[in-house]
Design a protein around this ligand. Structure first.
Ligand code: PLP
Length: 389
């Protein structure tokens, strides 16, 4: 028995979509990227979207769109993946790490307000594990202190709060289509905004800093009245961050499935929660809510015997993860150590368990059985995870 932690839900439909791209033999940026951007904007209820090669690029470009002066500060959670803070550094901005709420593990509004200074220009909340950050309070603070809000939606594609899609509350929503995330394009990302102009600002940046990409120039190839179809201008220092048509063709199929995949994950989470009810030493990672509109990337538990649980599940052939070592404990951000005490204490208790749409009921039951078996094991003084481990 081997149960993976994450697994993309892909099949014939995605293969057929890729086959069509092969038949057209236009693999790079092209009509499918545009179609995927439009479909995504429509699905989200946003104004415009731009498809990129990752969420890392989306976060980077979202911050770049505001052209903040060098050295300004960006508030980011400590408990997140590297990309959230790298986006600030790539823009020559300084990350300020905010602690997490002990229950939702998303950014703590109280600590956010404490850490805002006149140098702060933006905040990048992460909807941790798919549980919505407290957007009402965050937007209120952002308004009072004139901060731009970039939602890191890598964990919550398709999720909503109060009937409004996550990623449409702030100035930008940035999504990941990495293979582990809620839907995939292999590698990929999207930045969406209610402000079309912000999206247009990113367009040259994602394509070497030039004014027209090849898809836009291609229309002129056949027009005999146009001699300079090849013309473009280099307007700034750009990147090669675009999505390609191969990826977009997969994304168009996955987007149609996204709501179904998210509902399926909710069913599996419900089954996990039922199974956990009689296990006293394990607590659910998040205050999971069972209503429609919730999109969760992570299912996990909290335990003060983390490393022992991870080793135990390995014996049962069950993959686990730890999301995440707080960034303030990473060597790159060593100067910020100690600035997020809640995250720096809680992460030692966190274990992510297998969660993906194609996981079967019997596999969840098997994991629960393994957890019950763990519960029956005697506790020893060596069980506690060491903070650095
Ligand atoms: C996965 C992830 C990213 C980066 O997404 P990529 O598409 O892999 O670049 C950013 N933020 C968070 C919170 C993530 O989990």
């Amino acid at each position: 028995m081997h149960i993976r932690l994450f697994k993309p839900s892909i099949g014939e439909e995605e293969l057929n979509a890729v086959r069509e791209v092969f038949d057209d033999a236009w693999l790079g940026i092209g009509p499918r990227v545009k179609a995927f951007e439009e479909a995504w904007t429509e699905y989200l209820g946003s104004s415009a979207s731009i498809a990129l090669n990752s969420c890392t690029a989306a976060l980077h470009m979202a911050l770049a769109a505001f052209r903040f002066p060098e050295g300004k500060k960006v508030l980011v959670p400590s408990l997140t993946f590297a990309s959230t803070a790298l986006a600030a550094l790539h823009n020559r901005l300084e990350p300020v790490f905010v602690d997490c709420d002990p229950e939702t593990l998303s950014i703590s509004v109280a600590d956010l307000e404490r850490k805002i200074t006149p140098d702060c220009v933006a905040v990048v909340p992460v909807h941790f594990g798919g549980y919505p950050a407290d957007l009402v309070a965050i937007l209120d603070l952002a308004k009072r202190y004139q901060l731009k809000v970039i939602e890191d939606c890598a964990h919550c594609a398709g999720g909503a709060l109060e009937g409004r899609k996550l990623g449409t509350w702030g100035d930008f929503g940035c999504f990941s289509f990495d293979e582990k995330k809620l839907m995939t394009t292999g590698e990929g990302g999207m930045a969406s905004s209610h402000d079309r102009q912000l999206i247009e600002t990113i367009r040259p940046m994602r394509w070497y800093g030039t004014s027209r990409d090849t898809a836009r120039r291609a229309g002129g190839y056949t027009d005999v009245n146009v001699a300079r179809h090849w013309h473009y201008e280099i307007t700034e220092i750009g990147y090669k961050f675009n999505m390609n048509d191969l990826a977009a063709s997969i994304g168009l199929v996955q987007l149609k499935k996204l709501d179904r995949l998210n509902r399926r994950r909710l069913v599996l989470i419900g089954r996990y929660l039922d199974g956990l009810r009689t296990i006293r030493s394990l607590r659910p990672l998040l205050p999971y809510q069972q209503s429609d509109g919730n999109a969760y990337f992570l299912f996990g538990v909290r335990t003060d015997r983390r490393d022992k649980l991870i080793r135990h599940l390995k014996e049962w052939g069950i993959a686990t993860g730890v999301h995440y070592v707080p960034l303030t404990l990473q060597p790159l951000f060593a100067a910020h150590a100690g600035t997020a005490p809640v995250a720096e204490a809680l992460w030692t208790q966190m274990v992510s368990l297998p969660l993906f749409a194609d996981l079967s009921e019997s596999e969840v039951d098997y994991v629960i059985e393994a957890l019950h078996d763990f519960e029956r094991r005697p506790v020893t003084v060596f069980d506690r995870a060491v903070p650095t481990g």
